[in-house]
Structures are given as C-alpha cells and as structure tokens.
Ligand binder design. Structure first.
Ligand SMILES: O=C(O)CC[C@@H]1NC(=O)NC1=O
Ligand SMILES: [Fe+3]
Length: 408
C-alpha cells in the first residue's frame, strides 16, 4: 500500500493515541504513507522492502503524534480586557467592573463595532500561535456579537480562517453567551430571538457546526438552555454546554439528555451529572486556564470522571475575559499541574477525546489507516514532554490533510 502513497514519512515513532493500545499507543519505528489526504499506510520499518519514489524525508526515529485539537475557543473578538485585569489586580471586584459596563459586554461593544475584515485580522495572530504549536483543528465560537447580524459575522470570520489558513475550523454558535443590553429587561425574548432567528439563519447558511450555551446563574437558566437545545435539535445542529463552571444548575444532566457532544468547565459537576455523562458518552472538556486566571479553588471532579470512564478533553478556552492565554500546550500543562491529569490523559485530551468533543472521532485524533492525515513530527524524547516543556518550538513537520504546512 505504500506504493500508492504520494508521500512517505520514513522512520517515525508513532504515538497513535489508539484507545485499544495502552498509554500513548506507542509503536516501533514505522513508515507513514499519505494518499489523497488520508493516512494510507503505517508500515513497520523492518517490513519495508527497498526504496520508494515518494520517500519524503527520513525522520530518524522522531516521535509522530496526531495533530493537536483545541476543541473550545473564543478566539475571535475585538477590544481588550487588559485594563480590567489591572483593576482586578488592584482589588476592584468583578461585579463593580461589570456594573461599569466591563466584562463580556465590553467585548460585545468592541466586536459589534468591528468589521468582518477587522475581526479576521485580529484573529489571525492568535490562530497562527496555535498553528505554530501544532494545532491542526480548532473550534471557534461566536458569542460576542449578540445580534443576528453580528453573530453571523463572527461565524463567517471563523469559516474564512479555516479556508485561508492550514487549519481545520469547527464553528459553534454561542449566542446564548450573555444577555445583550437591549434585552436586559426581558432575557426570555433574547432566548426566543436565538431560537427563532439566529439558530435557523446560522443553520440555513451552514455557518454553525454546533450550538453552545453558557448555563450559569450569571448566564442562562436550565429552562432557557433547554429551549436553545430544542431549537438546535430542530435544525439538526449538535449541542455543547459551558456547564457547572461557577455553580451546579444541573446543566450537565440536561446536556447528556440531549446527547451533547461535550460539556465544558465542570468545576461544580456532581455525581448525578457524571453518571449522566457516562451513560451517554458525553465528553467532559476541562478548561484549566480559566480556572487558573479566575483564581478558582473548586477543582473539577477528575478522579470521579476517571472512575466513571467519562472521556476527558483539554482545551485552551481562549477568551479575553477569563483565559487570555493563547496556548494549547499551556492548557495541557495546567491540566496536569492544576487538575492532576497524567501527561497521557492530557495528550488524549487534545487528540482522541477532543476529536470526539467535535463529533470528529471517526476522522481525526488518532494515527490510524483511513483517518485524515493530520499529524506532527516532533523534536522531543517522549510524548510527556508536550505537557511538560512550555515555550519551545519542537515541531519538525506539521501535516494537515496530507500536505506539509511547516517543517522546522
Ligand atoms: O469574560 C468573557 O469574555 C467570557 C467568559 C467565558 N465565557 C463563558 O461562558 N465562561 C467564561 O469563563
Ligand atoms: Fe468558554
């Protein structure tokens, strides 16, 4: 099967992240062949017979992993919340900042004022940082427009980023992120606008792959969340949730009932919620950067999730308010140091489980014949280094859809 490959990476040591193999799913040195954008051959070097015309390069036994998947980001936004950070460090309470129009709504004002081109240009350096780290798929949410036009504007920018740059982009409509000022006296009519106008428009335009809700006492109630999920179901869109971040409204159980792809944050997730997730195969996405930046102290129930066999994903949650840290490898490190994940779990959290959180587990997240050829060749001695060492460019080769996009 190597003969029908357009390109072959020789002498790589695969961390396959296959669930049927232990830990990283490490194999002895292999040749990895790509054909029409897919992994077409994974052949042990010892079985190789003679040279091959399309031999790409000898990787001299270097580690190869699946491309990294950042399954939860808000990386499109205008404005900055740096002054708020300064205020907070001076002891000004978050509630005072919000009362003065700070918080999410200050990013909403700036994002509404920005054109589609301006939002695109602001997002490019952020997404390029992820590309340089080895991210090959990124999920990008709306949620700072909070009008029909501005939410669709954000989703168009997300689609454009995926078309223009060597990275797969999955889009999520998060109109249920906050209640805009125009609806502050009648939040339910904002929820109605989401259900009756924004979800239909986004679905018909093919702009949203999933729908997300910030289910929280400072966000949307369980009943409002259910309304949004029903509308998403009606238009055939998958659902996700920002759940149990600051309190437990029972959002994870509701999301599991709807067969959500993932529930995210989960600091206040309880055992009933964990059972519901395990029962429906919902991914638990951990967002340690927001926990760290908010100086949160309530840890998500990692050990209970582990015992229940709930797949854990790890993501950056890049956003200007609670996670202004544009690095998936930093999130991997924090998932280990702050939440107690092992480096193996962190690696599965940004490959196989992150793919599942995006409904892409059949095509992405493992090194397996037949899957899309998104993979990375590393200058590192052991896969644990990817959660351990931060800030060094260790990428030797970055491949998306079988095309090499970067080689160190
Ligand atoms: O502060 C922001 O801009 C977003 C906060 C962010 N959004 C959400 O649903 N949870 C969060 O931590
Ligand atoms: Fe988030």
């Amino acid at each position: 099967e190597l003969l029908s490959c357009e390109r072959v990476w020789l002498n790589v040591m695969p961390a396959t992240l296959r669930p049927d193999l232990v830990d990283y799913g490490l194999l002895e040195p292999h040749a990895l062949g790509v054909h029409e954008g897919k992994i077409h051959a994974l052949v042990p070097m010892q079985d190789l017979k003679g040279p091959h015309p399309a031999h790409w390069r000898d990787m001299k036994g270097r580690l190869v992993t699946p491309g990294l998947i950042d399954c939860h980001t808000h990386l499109i936004f205008a404005g900055s919340r740096a002054e708020e950070f300064e205020q907070r460090q001076k002891g000004v309470p978050y509630a005072d900042i919000a009362r003065k129009g700070g918080g999410i709504l200050s990013t909403v004002r700036a994002t509404r004022a920005a054109s589609e081109d301006q939002l695109y240009e602001l997002a490019v350096p952020r997404i390029k940082s992820l590309i340089r780290e080895g991210v090959t798929t990124v999920e990008i949410k709306s949620g700072y427009g909070l009008t029909l036009a501005d939410e669709l504007k954000m989703l168009r920018v997300a689609r454009r980023l995926g078309e223009a740059l060597p990275i797969r982009v999955k889009t999520t409509l998060l109109a249920a992120h906050a209640v805009p000022l125009e609806f502050r006296d009648d939040p339910d009519s904002w929820v109605e606008t989401i259900c009756q106008e924004i979800i239909p428009a986004a679905a018909e335009a093919g702009l949203a792959d999933a729908v997300d809700v910030f289910c929280e006492h400072i966000g949307f109630s369980l009943a409002q969340t259910e309304q949004v999920y029903l509308a998403a179901d009606q238009y055939g869109l998958a659902v996700k949730g920002h759940m149990d971040q600051l309190s437990n409204l029972g959002g994870s159980t509701l999301a599991a009932h709807f067969g959500a792809l993932s529930v995210d944050h989960l600091e206040y997730l309880d055992s009933a919620g964990i059972q519901a997730l395990a029962h429906r195969g919902v991914v638990a996405t951990l967002l340690p950067t927001a926990f760290y930046f908010l100086k949160e102290t309530k840890l998500p129930p990692v050990e209970a999730l582990r015992r229940a066999g709930v797949p854990m994903a790890v993501s950056s949650d890049i956003n200007p308010g609670t996670a202004p840290i544009v690095s998936l490898r930093m999130a991997m490190n924090m998932a280990c140091t702050l939440f107690g994940l092992t480096p193996v779990e962190a690696m599965a959290g940004v490959t196989r489980h992150a793919a599942q959180a995006l409904g892409e587990q059949e095509r992405l997240g493992q090194l397996r014949v037949g899957m899309l050829a998104d993979f990375l060749v590393w200058n590192c001695h052991h896969p644990a280094e990817l959660s351990y060492l931060i800030g060094v460019d260790q990428l030797v080769s970055r491949v998306v859809n079988g095309e090499e996009t970067h080689h160190g």
